[in-house]
Design a protein around this ligand. Structure first.
Ligand code: MSK
Length: 649
């Protein structure tokens, strides 16, 4: 009989000390977490891994093997793998885009005066974005402009025959490439519905046609739903600007009422952040014996309120259960996406109340309290009061907050980067383009996505980040990958600059910009493409996104949204490295399409690389080859910057 493998030690599962302590505490207190459940799920189904299990119709499930190369209906491995892949892309696009729809509707309601507790916070952003769509702004009320913009965005979901208007934000040559390859998306909802139709039994059987629609659907997300989510967020809550904060479980405070907001959408968390500063609420917290209230975020909700309000980050995806295990969390308020269904079970060993707030996201064992946007402040206030009332139920014997957190700077929207590079009056990407052309900065890499139990948490992300800045690569980050850097203390300019290569350091010090830029949440991956578009428009680094020396990496990804993000990066011409493979190993043709054929069509393709150092090598190869193609790799004499150069930069 095969000997059972010893369970992994916490040090082998996670990178940060706070998480190690909480995993040990969970074991001592007999609480199951994803780390223990992961052990019980070790024997993964090979058919699932390879993507060759088809359960689309009820003649199945059918599984493809060398002896059974076709399912009952006749579908082969190529069709089955491609259909499964498209369904993942559709789910990811649906999640981001529903988030976008929610914000577009909120923008409309605010403009109509139906959500009195919200306002158009960033009028400059409203005007900037309206102008992009040729919406007149002169001599008009801001509410009128916002209403017209909101209607335009809502139309992007409904459009049946017209291509998305938002695609005009991409460089012209990139749009021509989409046209040529027939992947320009029409209405966002239509693309998702069509994905489900095509993959229904007996419809689309040509793997190439199916995968072409996967790329089309992904563009409806990256340049559509997600992009408009970021834009609405900026208008409603403010365009992010540099802000200081802290990250990791040590941001929770033992003497305070601790409330965690978790999920993705910013509407509720923004209101919670406002309520915890209400003097009446602060006073109320004192009446229960607490010194104050700490509001902290998890996953992308954390990123949303960190970027705009500097609210502290309790942790990233695999820390959601560990936060409860501190024993010091009165309430965890969740909305949508990346929320583990285990939370109420973990919370049952402590006093923490889990509150679900979205109509579409209930969890057995949680309290369900629908967040009413039309009465947002009162809705949020009720929740905060309820959390304060729960303080008395704490078991002090179970409270142990790890004393570990790191300072950080976040808030790097494209507008902020422009201002940092060019100053308030000459905001521009020119200095960055010049630094890339001169070779001081070799290229730009977006490191994005989640944590995954299959990888030691944060380790791939942090190794990759460290090695790339050493090689003079500017890093743009979002999602839980950005929080990994924050927890490692690498989101402060000083610490990261110590590790940056000479050229990158010189440029960053001159313009006062850190070498690792936190750009926001999952929907903000479109900000990375926006930055790449600015680089193209600025000139000197190609006319199409595929020519820019830029690569996207999802080192520890796990969600369907990450599959979609990867696809819209590739369809935009950016090579993407995956630290975890897709479930496509069962079809050589599908794999070839996603890597080689995609590169031929779009200028970017997928690479699955599970070792971070191998990924570093591949990324540098891709960047250097893009530089060669641009003709900017000619050896030039190394010249140190003098004061005149610095001023010009
Ligand atoms: S939260 S999708 S685990 S990045 Fe956006 Fe993190 Fe991935 Fe969720």
């Amino acid at each position: 009989m095969a000997k059972e493998r010893e369970p992994l030690k916490p040090e082998e599962l996670v990178s940060d000390g706070a998480s190690i302590k909480m995993i040990n505490k969970a074991v001592e207190e007999g609480v199951n977490t994803c780390f223990t459940r992961g052990e019980t799920q070790e024997n993964k189904c090979k058919f699932g891994i390879d993507g060759v299990c088809c359960k689309i119709c009820h003649m199945g499930p059918c599984r493809i093997t060398p002896k059974a190369p076709r399912g009952t209906c006749g579908a082969d491995a190529d069709t089955i793998v491609a259909r499964n892949f498209l369904r993942e892309v559709a789910a990811g696009a649906a999640a981001h885009s529903d988030h976008g729809r929610h914000l577009a509707l909120q923008l409309k309601h605010v403009a109509q005066g139906k959500c009195a507790d919200y306002k158009l916070t960033d009028i400059k952003a409203l005007h900037r974005i309206a102008a992009k769509f040729a919406i007149p702004i002169e001599d008009r009320e801001d509410n009128d402009i916002a209403l017209e913009l909101a209607e335009l965005f809502i139309g992007e979901f409904n459009s049946q025959e017209e291509y998305l208007k938002i695609l005009t934000l991409a460089p012209e040559k990139t749009r021509q490439m989409w046209e040529k390859n027939n992947i320009k998306p029409k209405g966002i909802d239509r693309m998702v519905v069509e994905s489900m139709h095509r993959t229904h039994m007996g419809v689309d059987h040509d793997y190439r046609n199916i995968l072409q629609h996967a790329f089309r659907t992904s563009l409806a997300d990256g340049w559509g739903g997600a992009r408009l989510a970021s834009m609405c967020g900026d208008i409603l809550f403010g365009t992010p600007a540099p802000v200081k904060s802290e990250a990791n479980l040590g941001v929770l405070e033992e003497k305070n009422v601790n409330i965690i907001v978790h999920g993705h959408e910013p509407s509720l968390s923004e209101m919670m952040a406002a309520v915890v500063n209400d003097p009446e609420i602060k006073k109320y917290a004192k009446t229960v014996g607490a010194e104050g209230i700490t509001l902290a975020g998890l996953c992308c909700t954390a990123n949303e309120i960190l970027m705009r309000r500097g609210v502290k980050v309790a942790g990233n995806f695999l820390q959601q259960e560990l936060a409860i295990i501190t024993g010091a969390v009165e309430m965890m308020v969740v909305d949508v996406q990346c929320v583990m269904p285990s939370l109420p079970e973990v919370a049952s060993s402590y006093h923490t109340e889990i509150v679900t707030t979205s109509e579409i996201a209930h969890t057995i064992g949680a309290t369900h309290a629908v967040f009413d946007e039309k009465n947002a402040y009162e809705s949020a206030k009720k929740l905060v009061k309820r959390a304060i009332d729960n303080f008395k139920n704490r078991d002090s014997a179970k409270v142990a907050v790890p004393n570990e957190s790191k300072p950080l700077v976040a808030g790097f929207s494209v507008e902020t980067i422009k201002h940092m590079l060019g100053g308030v009056f000459r905001a521009s990407f020119r200095p960055l383009n010049d630094a890339i052309i001169q070779g001081r900065i070799r290229g730009v890499v977006g490191i994005v996505g989640c944590n995954n139990i299959k990888t030691k948490t944060d380790s791939y992300i942090n190794t990759l980040t460290k090695e790339l800045i050493k090689r003079n690569v500017l890093i743009l980050k979002t999602g839980c990958a950005a929080q990994a850097s924050a927890k490692a203390g690498k989101l402060t300019p000083e610490t990261a600059l110590e590790e940056a290569g000479f050229g990158l350091r010189e440029v960053c010090e001159t313009v006062g910009m850190p070498p690792i830029l936190h750009m926001g949440s999952c929907v903000d991956n479109c900000r990375i493409l926006d930055a790449a578009t600015e680089i193209v428009h600025e000139g000197g680094l190609g006319e199409i996104l595929a020519q820019v020396p830029a690569v996207g990496v999802a080192p520890e990804w796990m969600s369907e949204k990450a599959v979609t993000i990867g696809c819209y990066f590739v369809a935009s011409g950016v090579d993407v490295i995956l630290g975890q493979p897709f479930h496509t190993a069962g079809s050589e043709n599908v794999r070839k399409y996603l890597s080689e054929e995609a590169t031929e069509m779009f200028g970017g393709g997928f690479y699955e690389i599970q070792d971070p150092m191998d990924a570093v090598e591949k990324i540098m190869e891709l960047i250097e080859s893009a530089r060669e193609n641009l003709g900017i790799n000619k050896k030039s004499e190394r010249k140190l910057l003098d004061m005149k150069d610095r001023r010009e930069l």
